[in-house]
Design a protein around this ligand. Sequence first.
Ligand code: KG4
Ligand code: ZN
Length: 339
Amino acid sequence: MKKSDVKILAIESSCDETAAAVVRDGRDVMSNIIASQVPVHTLYGGVVPEIASRAHIEKINSVVEQALYEADVTIGDIDAVAVTYGPGLVGALLVGVAAAKGIAFAAHKPLIAVHHIEGHISANYIENKDLEPPFLCLVISGGHTHLVRVADYGKYEVLGATRDDAAGEAFDKVARAIGLGYPGGPKIEKCAHEGDAFAIPFPKPKVADGEYDFSFSGLKSAVLNYLNSCEMKGETVNTADVAASFQESVIEVLTDRARMAIDEFSADKFAIAGGVASNGTLRTAMENMCAEKGVKFYHPSPIFCTDNAAMIGAAAFHQYLAGDFAGLDLNAIPNLKLG
Ligand code: KG4
Ligand code: ZN
C-alpha cells in the first residue's frame, strides 16, 4: 500500500451540507466543495431532515465532480473513497454512503467509513502540519459536545459529553428565542459584539456526577425565563446583552472543563473543532486559557470547523494506512459512538 501521495476522495452528507473533497496524505487539501442548504432550511427555522435528504440527492453528483475537477484529478488518480457513515441524520447519511459505495464499486477503489466526530477532530491536522497525537480536543458542534483525549490516530477516549443539548444546539435555540433566526451560532456571535457579556448573570451549569460532562438545556431555559419575565414586567429586552451574556456562559463552561482536563492529564496540546469552534470570542478565550497554562493551542479555520469533506479525507488517511476498509455492505449508523 502506498504511504505517500495518497489521494482520497471524501464525501460528507450527515446534516445540511453536501460536501466532497480531495485530500492528499491526510493534510493537503486539493479541493474542498461545500454546497450549503442553509437558504432552504432558513424558511423553516432549522434543518428539516426530509428536505435535507432530497437536497443531498440533487447535489451529490455535481459536488463530487467539482471536487475532482478542482483537484485536477480523475477518479483513476484516486486511491480510496471515504465517506461519513455516522452519526447524523439517517436519510442524509445514506445519500453520501450510497454515492461513495457506487463510486468505489464502479472505479474499483477501496471504501473507507469515517466517523463524523473523528472528522471534526482531524480538521486540525489540515492547517497544523506539526500536530500529532496525543492531544486533548473539545468537539463543539450542532449535534455534539465532546471532550476527547486523542491517544493516537484512530484511538479516542471520550472524557465527557453533553447530557442534553449540544453547544451549537443551545446557540440555535437561544437565537430563535431572541428573534435572530437560523443558523443561530454566527448570528449570536455577531449580535454579542454589540452587547455586554456581564449584563445578565446566566447560570454556568455543572453536572454533579460527571466532571467532564456538559448540560446546556438549563442555560437555555434560564434565557427563556429571563425573556418571559422581561415581557411580564413590560421591560424591553436588550437582545445584544442577552446574546453576549449567554455566549459568555457557554464559553466559561467550556473553558473551565478544558482547563480541568489539561491539568488532570498534563496535556501540552489542546485543540477545538466543530461548528461552534468558528466562534471568534470562544477561540480567543481558549487561546488565552492555553497561553496561561503554557499549552499549545490548535484550531481549524472556520471553513474546516463547520461540516466539510476535507476533514473526512484527513481522518480517512490514517484508516487507509492501517488498512481499515469497509465492505460494500456499509450502512449509515445515525447514533454511531466514538471510541
Ligand atoms: O459542525 P457543524 O457544522 O454541524 C454539526 O456537526 O452539528 O456545526 C453547526 C453548529 C450550529 O449549531 C451552528 O449554530 C454552530 O455550529 N455555529 C456557531 C458558529 N458558527 C456555527 N456557534 C457559535 N458561533 C459561531 N460563530
Ligand atoms: Zn459536524
